[in-house]
Design a protein around this ligand. Structure first.
Ligand code: BTN
Length: 256
C-alpha cells in the first residue's frame, strides 16, 4: 500500500525525496509541481506523489489514465539553462529501468523517447517540463508506471500493461519510489558531470541503433535506420545517403 512514511523510512540520505508532498488524489503531480514552483515554494529534490490523478498528463497533450495501484510522481530539480536539457528525460528513463530492476529483478527497456517497455508492452512513461527564469531552469520530471494497477480493462491503444499483470505478482510500490529517488539522484549527477554517459546508457537500454524508424519531414513520410544519438539527445536516422536528426516523438514512430 502506497505510504509516504514507509517511503521516508526506505530513503537513504538523498536530496531527492527529502520533502514529500503526498496526495490521495490530485489533478496531476506535474501540475502540482508547477504550482509549487510558481508560488516560489519549490525546493530541489521535492517529490510529489499521488495515489490517483484525475487529470493525468501524457506526452503531446494526451491524458494519462491514473487508476489506483499505479505510480504517479513528479520530481523537481534545477539546472543551468542548457542545450542538454533534453537529456533529463533520458536520465529519468534509465533511472526507471534501474529502479525496476533493483526492485523486481525485471529487465525493462526504453523506447524513443519517453516510454518504459517490457516485452512490447508499455509499462510507463515520462513527462519532463521546464520553467526557465534567467539562466536557471527548474525541471519537473513526471513519471508514471503501471505498477499494480489493473490496466487490461482500460482503452488500450498503447498496448499498455502493468508490472503486476505481466509478472503475476504485486510489487512493493514504496520501495520502487525510493529506488527511483536514489537512482535519479545518482543519474542526475552524472547528467551534470558527464552527459555522454547518460546517452550511452540510454542507447544500451533502448537498443535503438539499427532499428527501422518511420517519421515525417516537411510533411513527407520517410523511413530510415537509427544510427545513434548525439550528446544533445538528437536521434540520427539514415535515409538512403542522407542523415536526419530527430528530437522528439512528434510524428516519429518506431518499429520493433
Ligand atoms: C507519456 O508516456 O505520455 C508520459 C506519461 C507521464 C505520466 C506521469 S504520471 C505522473 C506525472 N503527472 C502527470 O500528470 N503526468 C506524469
Amino acid at each position: 500500500m502506497l505510504n509516504d512514511v514507509e517511503i521516508k523510512k526506505y530513503l537513504k540520505d538523498s536530496q531527492i525525496g527529502k520533502r514529500i508532498f503526498f496526495y490521495d488524489s490530485i489533478d496531476s503531480t506535474n501540475l502540482e509541481a508547477l504550482r509549487l514552483i510558481e508560488s516560489s515554494k519549490a525546493k530541489f529534490g521535492d517529490l510529489i506523489i499521488a495515489k490517483t490523478q484525475f487529470s493525468g498528463k501524457g506526452q503531446q497533450n494526451n491524458t494519462w489514465e491514473s487508476p489506483e495501484g499505479g505510480l504517479y510522481i513528479s520530481i523537481i530539480t534545477a539546472s543551468k539553462v542548457s542545450e542538454l536539457s533534453n537529456l533529463i528525460t533520458f536520465t529519468a528513463g534509465i533511472t526507471c529501468v534501474e529502479a525496476i530492476k533493483s526492485t523486481t529483478g525485471i529487465n525493462t527497456n526504453l523506447k524513443w523517447v519517453n516510454d518504459i517497455m517490457y516485452k512490447g508492452n508499455k509499462l510507463g512513461g515520462i513527462l519532463t517540463q521546464s520553467i526557465t527564469r534567467g539562466t536557471l531552469s527548474t525541471n519537473i520530471t513526471g513519471i508514471g508506471i503501471n505498477a499494480n494497477a489493473i490496466i487490461s480493462n482500460i482503452n488500450n491503444k498503447y498496448n499498455a500493461a502493468s508490472l503486476a499483470e505481466l509478472t503475476g505478482s504485486k510489487i512493493d510500490i514504496n520501495l520502487l519510489i525510493t529506488e527511483i529517488c536514489n537512482y535519479f539522484e545518482k543519474n542526475f549527477e552524472i547528467y551534470q558531470q558527464n552527459p555522454k554517459l547518460i546517452v550511452d546508457k540510454w542507447i544500451e537500454y533502448s537498443n535503438i541503433n539499427g532499428l527501422k524508424i518511420n517519421f515525417e519531414h516537411d510533411g513527407i513520410r520517410l523511413s530510415g535506420v537509427a544510427e545513434g544519438i548525439d550528446e544533445f539527445g538528437y536521434l540520427s536516422v539514415k535515409v538512403d545517403d542522407k542523415i536526419f536528426k530527430l528530437i522528439s516523438t512528434k510524428n516519429t514512430e518506431l518499429f520493433y
